[in-house]
Design a protein around this ligand. Structure first.
Ligand SMILES: *Cc1c(COP(=O)(O)O)cnc(C)c1O
Length: 391
């Protein structure tokens, strides 16, 4: 039966293992026999590094169907979100200081907006429906003459819900507001066609899609009026938008990961859908269990479920050796109920019982079966204990 000594990782929404082919590509840019030179150097070795970086930019640009010159390398989606939000707000501050986002965004988006509020900008925080989806009429009602920036994520990191970025972007365009999308959870996992999407700024990161940690990018559409002010100043690299020596090995790793993702995006989606459906079929009859989000409109790599009358921390212990998340990885330390689930109208108790299962390429049906068994047994056990505790 279940081997409890063996860890089962079901937290791919927090991070993924680096693909061995990506590691190989990166190693070739670090060691003495490889191309370790500074890409800012003008000698032959430096020029080789520049070529590697250009190749990687082509790979990421191809995944997103854009051109290389629209991409700025950053340290990850957190930095891309900051550069997009702070940078666009300051770039357009003479035109107006009203900004719009949602309460259910990642902290890498909500915190820059809170900071802008402190600095005198005005932010409208939109609510979603009970599934986490933004109603386009809610956004339309919030739009003003002086609205300069709207930031809405593509796939929510806690629930997997997919926002309609096509419609949201079209509305932003009609109102001459810039549209930023945090695509940390969807890059390499859902098809993204930036040539067709009305998106001005998009944040992506490598480590959620089998690339290394510490590298991301910000897409800045090549259109009039789309620009950001830099947050960093230094050697002038990347058209002064984000100076600093380019981390060639990280960039090459992101490029390779993007290349792999592009070649197997549909196979990955099929695999994840089968796993998510298997998991839900195995636990949906547990009394009091509910999905946070909407399976019909979600990225299949994430399944977030709450259950009545169960305390999340105890459940997490009962689930060991599963590695899963309660709320989001960034909040679970605080023991606060997830602010994302609270924003969907879940009670504190229900939000606190939430478990996010997230699946990846290495996940097998057998892993899911163990997760189902542990989840069912864990709840049974905690429910048997509950009356004695209350007495
Ligand atoms: C992981 C994540 C981030 C942060 O990305 P890093 O590359 O780790 O900085 C931002 N937004 C969302 C939605 C995420 O899932």
């Amino acid at each position: 039966m279940t081997d409890r000594s063996q860890m089962i990782y079901l937290d791919y929404a927090a991070s993924t293992p680096v693909d061995p082919w990506v590691v190989e590509a990166m190693t070739a840019l670090m060691t003495a026999d490889g191309n370790y030179s500074n890409p800012s150097s003008t000698h032959a070795a430096g020029r080789r590094s520049v070529e590697y970086i250009a190749h990687a930019a082509g790979q990421l640009a191809s995944l997103l169907n854009t051109t290389e010159d629209t991409l700025v390398w950053t340290s990850g989606a957190t930095e891309s979100d900051n550069l997009a939000i702070l940078g666009a707000a300051y770039y357009r501050r003479e035109r107006g200081q009203h900004l719009i986002t949602m309460r259910t965004e990642h902290k890498a988006v909500t915190d820059p907006f809170s900071e802008l509020e402190k600095r005198g900008f005005e932010v409208t925080w939109l609510d979603s429906d009970a599934n986490g989806l933004l109603d386009i009429e809610t956004l339309r009602a919030a739009m003003r003459e002086d609205t300069q920036l709207v930031s809405i994520m593509h796939v929510n990191n806690e629930t997997g819900i997919i926002q309609d970025i096509q419609s949201i972007g079209a509305l932003c365009g009609e109102n001459d507001a810039l549209f930023h999308v945090d695509a940390a959870q969807s890059c390499g996992k859902l098809p993204i066609d930036l040539a067709a999407l009305p998106v001005d700024l998009m944040s992506v990161t490598a480590h959620k899609t089998y690339g290394p940690k510490g590298i991301g990018a910000l897409y800045i559409a090549d259109r009039k009026g789309v620009h950001v002010e830099p947050l960093l100043f230094g050697g002038g690299q990347q058209r002064k938008l984000r100076p600093g020596t380019l981390p060639a090995q990280q960039i090459v790793g992101f490029g390779a990961a993007a290349d792999i993702a592009q070649s197997r995006i549909n196979d990955d989606l099929g695999h994840l859908t089968a796993l998510r459906d298997r998991m839900w079929a195995g636990i949906r009859d547990v009394p009091g269990v509910t999905v946070n989000g909407d399976i019909a409109n979600s990225f299949p790599g994430i399944l977030n479920v709450s259950v009545e009358d169960i305390e999340g921390e105890s459940l997490l212990l009962a689930l060991e050796p599963l590695c899963v998340a309660t709320g989001s990885a960034c909040n679970s330390k605080s023991q606060e109920p997830s602010y994302v689930l609270r924003a969907l109208g879940r009670s504190d108790a229900l939000a606190q019982s939430a478990i996010r299962f997230s699946f990846g390429r290495p996940t097998t049906a057998a892993d899911v079966d163990v997760a189902i068994e542990l989840y069912r047994n864990g709840i049974d056990k905690l429910r048997c204990l509950a009356p004695t505790r209350a007495a």
